[in-house]
Design a protein around this ligand. Structure first.
Ligand code: TYM
Length: 340
């Protein structure tokens, strides 16, 4: 099966799968690198979006926090425009087939493939070096392959994981015969790597210990204004994109994300202006972008029954699809079908 082929024959639409870890509140990097594109793609693709709670426990989580953040992330998907009528929204732990496929794929993965992963190297410096942290990208491959996804919209930091996913799909197809669609990453040209407001050579992260570094989707207008005001800047005064000046480039990218204007127009607009003006206009644009998201998020959090119903329906739909692939995989692997 080639990755050119549409894998949902019922709808004739290409399949998309993506997810986010509920390891903290979602932030503007998650929106710029992923959510924004999920939003646009859901009109033309057959989309599944999961909250990857099983990935979150590769780093120690307080159970009460994980429960709260998982629902929070699901609500923010919807508040940012993911329409549950169009897309399947669910929690990873509600679909056991992800973990089952992950085991089969684990047995096809070489130790060296996991130990090469940049994210593993970075995370194992900060957290306990568990086997879960090591095999994490295999579970991610299973998330994608179990739905025969054609396309995976993510930020640039996930590229290496996507390469492993492709390799595992090809390896399984080669060894057992064509089974999996080999998925392509979908990495946006702009906003694929939003940097920290305090350390612009480091990517913005939802779990940064310095909260001033990160613009959360649920930050109040005052918090947004303050964080942007205190964002570090580079030397030089010109306001334009420049690789050698990561701080100003990051602020301009954020302005582009908030306004959806072409970068050339933005640079022309800020020509001759100073950092204070850029920061003030960026704060206004960011507040305007996030206001409707926050209003919808608050409404959803006040109506947990609605949210739970969406996640229940989503999990049922996802399980049906995942079951089909897993049955095929188990058969090809040589497992005797369960006796009924
Ligand atoms: P996670 O939870 O770290 O991030 C969720 C999404 O946000 C993107 N992202 C960023 N984009 C731009 N700038 C940033 N500073 C930034 N930080 C994060 C990420 O690239 C991602 O698209 N392993 C994944 C979760 C995952 C997944 C999957 C994704 C598990 N299974 C299957 C896609 C398909 C992760 O840790 O993302």
């Amino acid at each position: 099966m080639s990755n050119q082929e549409s894998s949902n024959t019922a709808t004739n639409k290409k399949v998309i799968l993506s997810g986010m870890q509920p390891t903290g509140r979602l932030m503007i990097g998650n929106y710029a690198g992923a959510l924004r594109n999920w939003n646009a793609l859901q009109h033309t693709h057959d989309c599944l979006f999961c909250v990857v709670d099983m990935h979150a426990i590769t780093v120690r989580q307080k159970p009460a926090d994980l429960r709260r953040t998982s629902l929070d992330v699901a609500a923010l998907y919807i508040a940012s425009g993911i329409d549950p009528e169009k897309s399947v929204i669910f929690l990873q732990s509600h679909v056991p087939q992800h973990a089952e496929l992950a085991w089969v794929l684990t047995c096809l993965t070489y130790m060296g493939e996991c130990s090469r992963m940049t994210q593993f190297k970075e995370k194992s410096e900060k957290h306990s070096e568990t086997v879960g942290l090591f095999t994490y990208p295999i579970l991610m491959a299973a998330d994608i392959l179990i739905y025969q996804a054609d396309l995976v919209p993510v930020g640039a930091d996930q590229k290496q994981h996507l390469e492993l996913t492709r390799n595992l799909a090809e390896r399984f197809n080669h060894y057992y015969s064509d089974t999996f669609v080999v998925p392509d990453p979908y990495i946006p040209p702009d906003g694929h790597r939003i940097m920290s407001l305090q350390e612009p050579d480091k990517k913005m992260s939802k779990s940064d210990s310095n909260q001033k570094s990160t613009l959360f989707l649920t930050d109040s207008p005052d918090e947004i204004r303050n964080k942007i005001k205190r964002a570090v800047t580079d030397s030089g005064t010109e306001i334009r994109m420049d690789e050698a000046r990561p701080a100003v480039s990051n602020l301009l990218t954020l302005y582009q994300i908030a306004t959806s204007k072409p970068m050339a127009d933005i640079e022309a607009h800020f020509a001759g202006k100073n950092y204070a003006e850029l920061k003030s206009e960026l704060a206004d644009a960011m507040i305007a972008l996030l206001e409707p998201v926050q209003a919808e998020y608050n409404r959803l959090m006040d109506d947990k029954t609605y949210l739970e119903q969406i996640l229940k329906d989503g999990a049922e739909a996802a399980r049906r699809r995942a079951h089909k692939t897993l049955r095929k995989v188990y058969k090809k692997t040589g497992f005797v079908p369960a006796f009924s």
